[in-house]
Design a binder for this molecule. Sequence first.
Ligand code: PEP
Length: 249
Amino acid sequence: MARRKIIAGNWKMNKTPSETTALINELKPLVANDEVDVVFCVPAIDIIPAIEAAKGSNIQIGAENMYYEENGAYTGEIAPNMLTDVGVKYVIIGHSERREYFAETDETVNKKVLKAFEHGITPIICCGETLTQREQGIAIDFIRTQIKIAFQNVSADNASNSVIAYEPIWAIGTGKTATTAQAEEVCKAIRECIKEVYGSDVAEKIRIQYGGSVNAGNAAELFAEADIDGGLVGGASLKPDFGKIVNYK
Ligand code: PEP
């Protein structure tokens, strides 16, 4: 089954609202491609100007994080209906930086994934191993656990519509990309894990991205792999290079 590729940018903590407008106006013509889904995940304060600037283009706007409660005394957090109210369709959940610096766990990831689906937001669920785990030969076991917990109580329908981003932590922002074979091996194992939980129909539909120093030079090779359905792109998503990644063919 041919899955539609999804190429998402993760801006992290970069760009002010006015810089957001300028960058989207610059990238808009470069990322035009009707054959793939193009998502820009931006900081919370940039979401509204991003949506305004992206109007009339193929760019969809996503958030980088979201809380798992509806509202209330959670200073500094963003509720799911705040995102849907302005037209957000995607949210990154459980990025390794959030796990490392903001104490996110597999359990909070699962709560956020369930909440995102309740509100019709597609989660981009991040998983990935450290260099030590890879060297110890436990990367795939570790990721299988992350996936199984992230998907607890998620229906098959919702699972089919979710996006998983495999991001080896040692490849994020380091300039070190996993080899195509390493990336495909893990993405395939993730699809196998989804198949064990939900069956082959869901496993064939779910989209699995690779993330970790994706750039204009390596995107085509990575995205040609059978189990890699696009990418989650950090650094290169803030540059005209992102246009080349989106138009990798
Ligand atoms: C990321 O932040 O998800 C990421 C993959 O970053 P980079 O592309 O800069 O490695």
